[in-house]
Design a protein. Structure first.
Length: 67
C-alpha cells in the first residue's frame, strides 16, 4: 500500500438518543458520533414493529391472486 494517502482511522464513541453508547472505527475527524436510533431502540430489532395495512392493500392482493 502507498504511504500517506489513506485517511486516519481511529476509534470513536457512538451515542444514541436512547442513551446507548458503543465504540466503532471511523475516518471522520471527530471523537463522538450522535445518532437518533440504534439496534437497542429500533422497532425492527426490539420486536415492536407494526405492519400497517394502508387502505386494505394486503386484502386486495390476496383477493386478486386467490390466496
Amino acid at each position: 500500500m502507498k504511504e500517506k494517502i489513506h485517511p486516519d482511522y481511529h476509534e470513536v464513541t457512538v451515542t444514541c438518543a436512547c442513551g446507548e453508547t458503543f465504540k466503532t472505527g471511523t475516518t471522520k475527524k471527530t471523537d463522538e458520533i450522535r445518532v437518533d436510533i440504534c439496534n437497542k431502540c429500533h422497532p425492527y430489532f426490539t420486536g415492536k414493529q407494526k405492519l400497517v395495512d394502508a387502505g386494505g392493500k394486503v386484502d386486495k392482493f390476496k383477493k386478486r391472486y386467490g390466496i
